[in-house]
Design a protein around this ligand. Structure first.
Ligand code: PMV
Length: 364
């Protein structure tokens, strides 16, 4: 597939108005995307677990307008008008208009809610942008004269979501999604996420992710700035190569169910992501003292109990605690007894691997 395959070739039907609702999950990367080229092309391939409980529900209502000069839309979060979201959506619309040209002909009302608190420090961009991209694809499908297959629908939804926020392209399907061309992964692409195509051992079924909310404040450095700092970064080339190698190794790990090898790759990826931040110019640190306290507690617990618990981090201070389903009871007990004390207001979210986005309603 190339970029041109996502430009519609046929004229659209005219439809006066309608609405569609999608819910779309967040995802957590195991091999991290950090660094990009022009047009949201990743500097290296990444792979993530799609989550289940952490998700965004978005209703997109559309009505035909007279002129097609500008984008016209309103945004609501939890029923409240959210003008502060508008610039990001405007940028998104500018990036995608050549692929979904109908967006100039309609006025949109975007009503969105998240299952997790907006200010929790959990990025809502992956679930939010993928939900909006899926809504736009449903509108495209209802306006299209030609049939849109479900494979094309998902690929283009992921392609559009990527242009909103890179990691959002990994939220359309589940339970493991690869984004970025990798020479051992069939059909992998820099343009959209694809379902991981190879065998996955039982050990990874229903894998658990408990998210410890360490710091709910605004991040001092945005992901956009962080990605930018990978240009001219002294370790960039080695890092990008490492991501390719780690993904190659994971193919065997997923097949054989080797949880110790999994832990080594996942924790190394998390710490490398933050090492890249600490060695950028300017350098910055997104972990907090409690992030490190938690990591040390997890390591001590693993040594003591031989548990297969491990951690990963995204671009922030929160800790994702990953563990197999059969350890759920003991690990939750450990979290309550030893880790909750390091969470802001004692907050944490229990989630697990999920299977992708769902359409809830459609009327046209
Ligand atoms: O999608 P963005 O631009 O917010 O970047 C997200 C990057 C990480 O979450 C840190 C890693 C990843 O692969 O999701």
């Amino acid at each position: 597939m190339t970029v041109n395959d996502f430009i519609p070739k046929e004229a659209y039907k005219t439809s006066a108005n309608g609405s569609v609702t999608w819910e779309s999950p967040s995802n957590i990367a195991l091999v991290k995307y950090w660094g990009k080229k022009e047009n949201q092309i990743p500097a290296n391939p990444s792979i993530s677990f799609t989550l289940s409980g952490c998700k965004t529900t978005t209703k997109l209502s559309y009505s035909k307008k007279e002129t097609s000069n500008n984008f016209s839309f309103e945004v609501f979060l939890n029923d409240e008008k959210k003008d502060s979201f508008k610039p990001k959506i405007d940028t998104f619309f500018k990036r995608i208009v050549q692929y979904v040209p109908f967006i100039k002909n309609y006025h949109f009302v975007i009503e969105t809610t998240n299952t997790f608190p907006h200010s929790s420090g959990i990025a809502s961009s992956a679930s939010g942008m993928s939900a909006l991209a899926l809504c736009l694809m449903s509108v495209e499908r209802s306006l299209s004269e030609v049939e849109i297959t479900s494979n094309y629908f998902n690929q283009k939804a992921s392609f559009l979501a990527r242009l909103g926020s890179g990691s959002a392209c990994r939220s359309i399907e589940g339970d493991l999604v690869v984004w970025g061309a990798h020479n051992e992964i069939t059909n992998s692409s820099n343009l959209f996420g694809v379902k991981y195509p190879f065998e996955v051992h039982e050990n990874f079924k229903n894998y658990q992710d408990t998210i410890l909310l360490v710091d709910k404040g605004e991040k001092q450095v945005s992901s956009t700035v962080g990605h930018g700092l990978m240009h001219n970064h002294p370790f960039a080339e080695q890092r990008f190569q490492q991501a390719h190698n780690n993904l190659s190794q994971l193919i065997k790990v997923f097949k054989e169910g080797d949880l110790y090898a999994f832990i080594n790759i996942v924790e190394s990826e998390a710490l490398t992501l933050h090492a890249m931040m600490m060695t950028s110019l300017p350098y910055f640190i997104l972990m907090k003292p409690n992030t490190l306290q938690i990591i040390n507690k997890i390591w001590a617990y693993r040594t003591e109990t031989k548990s297969k618990i491990c951690f990963t981090l995204d671009a922030g201070a929160n800790v994702h605690v990953l563990y197999p389903q059969n350890e759920r009871e003991q690990v939750i007990e450990f979290i309550k007894n030893e880790l909750v004390a390091y969470c802001q207001n004692g907050q944490y979210i229990c989630d697990q691997i999920g299977f992708g986005a769902k359409q809830l309603t459609m009327s046209s």
